[in-house]
Write a protein that binds this ligand. Sequence first.
Ligand code: HEC
Ligand code: HEC
Length: 468
Amino acid sequence: MKYSSLKVSLLIPFFFYSNYGFSEEITAQGADKVRDFYNEEHFIIEEPEAGEQSPASGKPQTINGVRIGPGDDKTGYETTGYTTNSVAITARQGIKADLIRVVENPPLGLPKIPVPVDNPLTAEKINLGRKLFFDRRLSLNDTFSCAMCHVPEQGFTSHEVEKAVGLEGRSNRRNSPSIYNTAYLERLFHDNRETSLENQIWGPLLSKNEMAMTSFGHVLQKLSTLKDYDGLFEAAFDGEGANILTLGKAFASYQRVLVSGNSAFDRWYFANEENAISDQAKRGFELFRGKGQCISCHSVGEKTALFTDKLAHNTGLGFKRSMGKKPEKERMLIAPGTYAYVKKSKKDLVGHPEMADVGVYEVTQNPDDRWKYRTPTLRNVILTAPYMHDGSMPDLKEVIAFYNQGGMLKNESGFPNVTQSPLIQPLGLTENEINDLIAFMETLTGDNIAEVISDAFSTPVGDTTNEH
Ligand code: HEC
Ligand code: HEC
C-alpha cells in the first residue's frame, strides 16, 4: 500500500510522540475512555515511489476507482474509541431550506437581523454564499472549505479539535466559533477585531494555517476558472461579477441567515409556555441571573436575548494560559472526549512553540485589554464544545468550575492579573447548582438545527474532479 501517508496526515502528532515514548505517557479519564489508538499500523509512513504522486500532494488521485483528494480516504483511521457523526461526502444529501424567511420572521427570542444597506438579502446571494462556504476549491490545494472548521453537524464549529486545524494539518491558536447568530455581531472573532461578515472572509481565505490562498487576486482568478460559477455572481449582483466586494457579500448573505432561536428557553421566557423547560432548568436560570452573575455579560433582554453583551472581558482564563504555571503534563484532545497526557518536555521537542495570545490587546495595543476576549453567545452552547477562545474546556462542567473558583487573580509567583473583570468572583456554587446551570444552558438550542444541517448538505463541496 503506497498511500499510507494518507493515514498519517491526521495522526501526525501521534507519529511524533510514538518516537518519544508517547504510549507510556497516555493516561485516560476513567476506564471507559481507554483508547487503542496506539496501533503500530497507524504510524507507518511509506514514501511514495519515484515518479508517483502521494495524495497528500494536493492533486486528486484515483484509488480503487474512486477519485479522491487528501483527507477523503479514512481507511486505517478507525479505532474502537473514535466515533464521529460527520457524514461521508457521498452520503451528504439534504433538502434546501427556505433560509431567507428569518429576515421577515426572526425566530422567537431573537431580534430582527441587521442587514447592511449595500447588501440586501436575496435568495440568489444566499444560495451562492452557501455554495462558496462548502467549496473546498477555494483553498490552495482544493482540500479545505470554511465548513471544515465550521462543521454544520457540529454546531458550525469543530468538536474534534480544541484549536482549529487548517490546510495540511496546520495548527491555529484559537477555537473555531459557531457561525449561528453571528448576524447579530457588529464585531467578529474572539478579539472583536473584524467589522463585518463581508470583510471577515479574507482572514481564513488568506491565512496560511487555514485555506492558504496567497492573495485576493489569486482567490478571484481561481474562482474565474470554476465553470460552475459562471453567471452566478452576475445573477446575484445585478450584472456585477466576482470581485473583492461581491465575494464578501455572497459569503455574508449565507452566514447572516444562519440564525437559530425559538429554543425551549425562548418559549418559556418570552412566550410563557410554562412547561417548555424543566424545574431544574428554571432553577438554573435563577442562578444564571442571581448567584452566578452570568447574565451581567451573557445578556438577556426584555424581548430578545443574545446571551452576549458583545464586549470583551478578562475572565482569568487567557491570563492563566499565558502567565500561569504550565502543567508538567499537558492534556491533549485526540478525539471527542478522549485525552492523552503528554509530558511538556516531550511536546516541546517536536511541536511548534506555543503561539502567544494576549486577546484584545493585540488589536488595541492598550495594556488594559490584555487577555480580554469577547463574550460568546450561549445559544446552542451544548452543540459547540469544546469551549473558550482556546477550546481548552471540554464541557460545561469545566467552564462553570472555572467561574466557581473566581478566575485567576494572580499567578503562582504572585504576578497579578490586574485586568480581570470585577464580575468574576468565587461563586460558591454547589454540585447541584452547577447541574442546574447546565440544565438551563441545555434549553438554549434552537429549533432549526436539523433543518439547517440538511440545507447545508444540499450543496456540493466543490467538484475536485473538475479540472480547472
Ligand atoms: C482552519 C479552520 C477555519 C477555517 C477553514 C475557517 N474558519 Fe472561520 N474561524 C476559525 C477560527 C479559529 C476562528 C476564530 C479566530 C479568532 O478569533 O482569531 C474563526 C472565526 C470565524 C468567524 C467569526 C465568528 C465570531 O463569533 O466572531 C466567522 C464568521 C467565520 N470564522 C467564518 C468563516 C468563513 C466564511 C470561512 C471560509 C471563508 C472560514 N470561517 C474558514 C476557523 C476557521
Ligand atoms: C465578566 C463577564 C462574564 C461573566 C460574569 C460570565 N461570563 Fe461566561 N464568558 C465570558 C467571556 C468573555 C467568555 C469567553 C472567554 C474566552 O473565550 O476565553 C465566556 C465564555 C463562557 C462559556 C463558553 C462558551 C463558548 O462557546 O466557548 C460559557 C459556557 C459561559 N461563559 C458560561 C457562563 C456562566 C454559566 C456564567 C455564570 C456562572 C458566566 N459565563 C459568567 C464572560 C462572562
